[in-house]
Design a protein around this ligand. Structure first.
Ligand code: PLP
Length: 406
């Protein structure tokens, strides 16, 4: 076999379909985020409008101070898996911080949110005898891979559809083990699951619940515990999963649950056991970020204000965007070529970086620009963004919504 030709053909097919991914090479400016320098080709100053560092915590002085401190105290890496010399004081403190954040008895950290979903779902569904996983149709790839890896029976219920979930639950024997896996904020549409009602169904049909709060932790709830905290539901969820890489601004993933469940995953999950622990500095930075956001609501308040201003700007111009209750603003383009073109021109002519979101990340015909405002975007940044989008909507002759009567 001509291996190189095979690789090239596969990539050419991807390109022909418009699905080939091109990365923007950025250098973030610490202390001045969302400002960055785009490199690789012509160098340009850009404002990032699509980061998952939702609150700018990646440059927060407390986070940086904790990381510098741990780096100087402990050095670069953890030096081993958690079992073999890699469990440091910083890891243990971070797990305590996370358990407390979610009102759970324990927490367990992983090297990323992806790994936490893959390892925890794979282990729970794989080792609980005869377990059935009821998985929301729009669950993240890391959950899907974890469920697949478990080899457990899987039932996919229609996205956020309680009737469909109940029909599927009711079709199963009452005492058969069941795990309902879903997210709180879905990252592409920014819609939010009916968590209380899903918990009601879980109680009625004797199921465990596994909630991915990756796009909500740090952002919602009085202490940043997520949507479940905001709605007073944390104690009803069996497993809360989150990331340290988005609103907390650092890196890593975790689950928070009972002592027994966390100990079970710690003891049986290959993806936890056989990999080097996070660097202590990363754990210390994440812990500082969580600690700060537990007692400070200022970032969340400013975040909500910026999101509202961007939405109002889009509405005033009739630029179509998904109306949802979250911080994610999907601006709908509905055409892959135009979506990529708008993104390219925003970067080239306006110094605005927004990654186009095309198929297969979203269904064909729903291509979009996913805007994520942060508390560190200024009014000037917002005005500049709205003006650039207005010019491009005109130029590309994209549909506008009828303006509300003045
Ligand atoms: C980003 C994401 C993850 C993975 O988290 P990482 O820490 O980036 O690996 C898991 N679930 C959802 C819904 C995500 O969007």
């Amino acid at each position: 076999m001509d291996y190189q030709a095979f690789f090239k053909d596969a990539l050419d097919t991807l390109r022909d379909q418009g699905n080939y991914r091109v990365f923007a090479e950025l250098e973030r400016h610490c202390g001045a985020f969302p400002r960055a320098t785009a490199r690789g080709g012509q160098t340009a100053d850009v404002t990032i409008w699509c980061s998952n560092d939702y609150l700018g915590m990646g440059q927060h002085p407390k986070v940086l101070g904790a990381m510098h401190g741990a780096l100087d105290r402990c050095g670069a890496g953890a030096g081993g898996t958690r079992n073999i010399s890699g469990t440091t004081h910083d890891h243990v403190q971070l797990e305590r911080e996370l358990a407390d954040l979610h009102g759970k008895a324990a927490a367990l950290i992983f090297t990323s949110g992806y790994v936490s979903n893959w390892a925890a779902l794979g282990t729970l569904a794989g080792r609980i005898p005869d377990c059935v996983v009821l998985s929301d149709a729009l669950n993240h790839a890391s959950m899907i891979e974890g469920i697949r890896h478990s080899k457990a029976e899987r039932m996919i219920w229609k996205h956020n559809d309680l009737d469909d979930l109940e029909t599927k639950l009711a079709s199963l024997p009452h005492d058969r083990p069941k795990l309902i896996a879903f997210e709180s904020v879905y990252s592409m549409d920014g819609d939010i699951a009916p968590i209380a009602e899903i918990c009601d169904l879980a109680d009625k049909y004797n199921a465990m619940t596994y909630l991915d709060e990756v796009h909500a932790v740090g952002l919602y709830g009085p202490r940043g515990g997520g949507i479940a905290e905001q709605e007073g539901l944390m104690d009803r969820i069996t497993v809360i999963e989150g990331t340290l890489g988005k609103a907390f601004g650092v890196m890593g993933g975790y689950i928070a649950a009972s002592v027994e469940l966390c100990d079970f995953v710690r003891s049986f999950a290959s993806g936890f056991i056989f990999t080097t622990a996070l660097p202590p500095a990363v754990a210390a930075g994440a812990a500082a970020s969580i600690r700060h956001l537990k007692q400070s609501g200022a970032e969340r308040a400013r975040h909500r204000t910026t999101v509202a201003k961007v939405r109002a700007g889009l509405e005033a111009l009739g630029i179509p965007h998904v109306d949802n209750p979250s911080h994610i603003i999907p601006v709908m383009v509905g055409d892959p070529v135009k979506c990529k073109y708008i993104s390219d021109v925003l970067l080239r002519d306006h110094g605005i970086y927004i990654q186009p979101i095309n198929y297969p990340t979203v269904p064909k015909g729903t291509e979009r620009l996913r805007i994520t405002p942060s508390p560190v975007h200024s009014q000037t940044d917002i005005d500049h963004l709205i003006a650039a989008l207005a010019a491009l909507w005109e130029q590309c002759q994209l549909a506008r919504l009828p303006l509300a009567a003045q």
